[in-house]
Design a protein around this ligand. Structure first.
Ligand code: ATR
Length: 274
């Protein structure tokens, strides 16, 4: 039995991260000898944590809140996706720090392959303009939506983000109040409002016939956003599938083997009691 290669997720908080469970399931399924830990690393301390981890023989890591932008700044070899998002969630070490961002591709795999929801040609509304949205905008725009509107409580942040991605496709920014009278086919909640049991103020009539609503957060019970969407008859999904898909992309980068995500999503869903 070869000695297991060491990986981890770094972030703060990280105690309840599902990444160790997901990667352990992937490793068992594909016969890869890896060990995967969760390490709490406060903002501003990523460089030191990575040095220590590499000294222990660490091969690669996932990066979560609040360190994704810091990881981008520390990367010696960022992929185009990282340069575009200015945020990284997957690192590996070989002649320096390599960095990729698998959040956007993970979301697209969940939307298109698992749910059968297309983005091309759709009127797309994204709620929020923080780190979570930064990672998914480029890959969503690459799908050729008719229009992407970023709505945020702090309109300035939405405008900044739309400005950064203007060259990638038709992207616009506004505050929630300016959504009145507009209609969308796909709405993605990237705010952290659900964490506090809150819902951004959304107008009536926002959802077009057959609209779909996706929350980047996941929970055993519907988030306030998904409960709102279901009440208007929309198809809904939380972000558990995206979580597993972005992990599968990382695993594939590290190990060169693509795990089967469907049984892992189903198992986690059962364990969550959902
Ligand atoms: P993350 O990395 O999770 O995206 P973030 O960068 O702090 O975290 O961004 C959080 C996002 O959720 C922001 O868009 C934030 O809006 P502001 O930019 O106005 O702060 C949004 N958000 C958080 N709580 C919210 C609430 N109760 N209602 C609406 N938006 C909220």
């Amino acid at each position: 039995m070869p000695e297991a290669d060491l990986y981890c997720v770094m972030g703060d908080p990280v105690a309840h991260s599902k990444s160790p469970r997901i990667h352990t399931l992937f490793a068992a399924q594909t016969g890869q000898a890896i060990r995967y830990e969760a390490r709490r690393v406060p903002a501003g301390q990523l460089a030191g944590a990575l040095r220590a981890f590499r000294a222990e023989g660490g091969r690669g890591c996932n990066i979560t809140v609040p360190l994704k932008e810091e990881a981008f700044r520390l990367a010696d070899h960022p992929t185009g996706r990282v340069l575009q998002a200015r945020a990284a969630n997957t690192l590996w070490f070989r002649d320096g720090i390599h960095a990729d961002n698998t959040d956007g591709i993970g979301l697209l795999r969940d939307l298109r392959q698992n749910l059968g929801w297309e983005v091309g040609g759709m009127r797309l509304l994204i709620l929020g303009a923080g780190g979570a949205v930064r990672g998914i905008l480029g890959p969503l725009l690459e799908q050729g939506p008719e229009l992407v509107v970023i709505a945020n409580r702090t309109v300035r942040r939405a405008r900044e983000l739309a400005g950064e991605f203007a060259a990638c496709g038709p992207v616009d920014a506004c505050g929630f109040e300016a959504l009145a009278g507009r209609r969308f086919d796909l709405v993605i909640n990237g705010t952290s409002a659900s964490l506090g049991g809150e819902l951004p103020p959304l107008p009536e009539g926002l959802l077009a016939e057959g609209a779909r609503c996706y929350d980047l957060m996941y929970a055993a019970r519907p988030t306030p956003f998904l409960a709102w969407a279901a009440q208007w008859g929309a198809a809904t999904s939380d972000g558990l599938g995206m979580l597993v898909e972005q992990a599968a992309e990382s695993f594939c980068i590290w190990r060169g083997v693509r795990p089967d995500t469907a049984p892992v999503i189903a198992l986690l869903r059962r364990e969550m009691g959902g």
